[in-house]
Design a binder for this molecule. Structure first.
Ligand code: GUN
Ligand code: ZN
Length: 447
């Protein structure tokens, strides 16, 4: 296993780009080096600079991996995804609430079987690492074993992951429900076992307000109050039917977000999926609390949920943290490149333009900021954890033809976010180890 090996040194050579700040709020946020060297020591980036200036720092015996006609980026960050839903991705014809009943809950019921959970966790890591994703905020199922299977697989690759057991104590099949007390107890045990073990981090994960009683939301709040550094992830304002149901279930609350706020669930490590139908007051609350939203464009399009107002969320008068989410299985891909292509179209449908710098910020440093991990991941910079993805500028004949005409890095990034997918990913590095290489014959993760 990768984690059992000593942390070796490594060096990568190639064109590289990394965001240094939020381009929604400031200019000049791109660090781009045409011929860069990235030196890695002990799983972290030790140096990042022009090859000619940096090669002298590479210790003798450390191999330099050269990536020609490629672009090295920070590993991509998926701030909202359900690994148990790989089995029912691409399920036809329903909107959120019927889709949950008809497809999602039956698929999640199968995670009572531990062998099934382990198989799907393995497939999930194969898929995300092959897509250049190195960190994700992940929903497991109500079964503690689904979390065990997930973190055990993550530990094999030494990926930095945020995940948790789903809490749900009403409005789903009985075999998929816990209780407020049982959900609390099981979460506590998982937190003790996994939170802060290696690179693994725990997220308290109430599914969404309609599947949780007030007692369960309060228990989630108690967990957050009892432990430092825990995350909170749930769904918020995804569809109009869902919002109406929430206001029916919690008639005393001022808004959907208020349901969570009154249980102590709105804080700096909270990540709310979707937030399509969110209003100004709740955006202000998120800004003040430092809570984050996950923009899930392929899911929002697939379920017909609506258009997330990215530029509204990023209003410099009260910017709200935003990351990018695939939201598989409502989302239609685990590729964050493809997800950026959809994010561009969602912006276009609102008469706005999602440029490549803002887009790649969302998929890297913005995601890291949303998860409060921006001091460790999301950038290529000294001290940062060495999670990288390498894109092949000629992965397909068309991509090679098109990127050959790009005049600058912004045009190149834009072409990659519109045309890129799994095939575009040449290699993925996690904590200084190459965990995926699409030319390495016999690579267990190879396509
Ligand atoms: N709301 C509650 N559960 C889910 C889920 O699994 N997927 C999506 N997209 N929305 C949800
Ligand atoms: Zn979701």
């Amino acid at each position: 296993a990768a984690s059992a090996q000593p942390m070796r040194s490594a060096a990568l050579r190639g064109r590289a780009a990394s965001l240094t700040g939020n381009p929604f709020l400031a200019e000049g946020c791109l660090h781009h080096i045409e011929d860069a060297l990235i030196l890695i020591e002990g799983g972290r980036i030790a140096a990042f600079g022009p090859y000619a200036d940096t090669i002298g720092r590479v210790p003798e015996g450390v191999p330099v991996t050269e990536y020609a006609n490629a672009l090295i980026l920070p590993g991509l960050i998926d701030t909202h995804v359900h690994y148990p839903q790989l089995q029912m991705i691409a399920s036809y014809g329903e909107q959120l609430l019927a889709w949950l009943d008809k497809y999602t809950f039956p698929a999640e019921l199968e995670f009572a079987d531990q062998a099934h959970a382990e198989r799907v966790a393995k497939l999930f890591f194969r898929e995300i690492l092959g897509a250049g994703t190195t960190t994700a905020a992940v929903y497991c199922t109500v079964h503690p074993g689904s979390v065990e299977a997930f973190f055990a697989e993550s530990e094999r690759f030494n990926t930095r992951m945020v995940a948790g057991k789903v809490l749900m104590d009403r409005n789903a099949p009985a075999a998929l429900l816990d209780t407020a007390q049982r959900g609390y107890d099981e979460s506590r045990a998982l937190i003790a076992r996994w939170h802060g073990r290696g690179r693994q981090l725990y997220a308290v994960t109430p599914r969404f307000a309609p599947s949780c009683t007030q007692a369960q939301l309060d228990a989630a709040g108690a967990l957050l109050a009892e432990h430092d550094g825990l995350f909170l992830q749930t769904h918020l304002y995804e569809t109009t039917d869902e919002v109406a149901w929430v206001m029916d279930l919690f008639p005393d609350r001022a808004s959907y977000l208020d349901v969570y706020a009154r249980a102590g669930l709105v804080g700096p490590r909270s990540v709310f999926g979707h937030a399509i139908h969110v209003g100004e007051d709740d955006l202000c609350t998120c800004h003040q609390a430092g809570a984050a939203l996950a923009h899930c464009p392929t899911s929002n399009g697939f379920l017909g949920s609506g258009l997330f107002r990215l530029f509204d969320a990023q209003d410099p008068r009260r910017p709200v943290r935003v990351g990018l989410g695939t939201d598989v299985g409502a989302g239609t891909t685990l590729s964050l490149l493809k997800t950026l292509g959809d994010a561009y179209k969602v912006a276009a449908l609102q008469g706005t333009k999602l440029d490549a710098l803002r887009a790649f910020w969302l998929a890297t440093l913005g995601g890291a900021e949303a998860l409060r991990l921006d001091d460790r991941i999301g950038r290529i910079a000294p001290g940062y954890e060495a999670d990288l993805c390498v894109l092949d500028l000629a992965a397909t004949p068309l991509l090679g033809f098109r990127t050959g005409t790009c005049r600058d890095i912004e045009e190149l990034l834009f072409v990659l976010m519109i045309l890129g997918d799994h095939r575009t990913v040449r290699a993925t590095w996690v904590a200084g180890e190459c965990v995926y290489d699409n030319r390495r014959t016999g690579d267990p993760l190879r396509y």
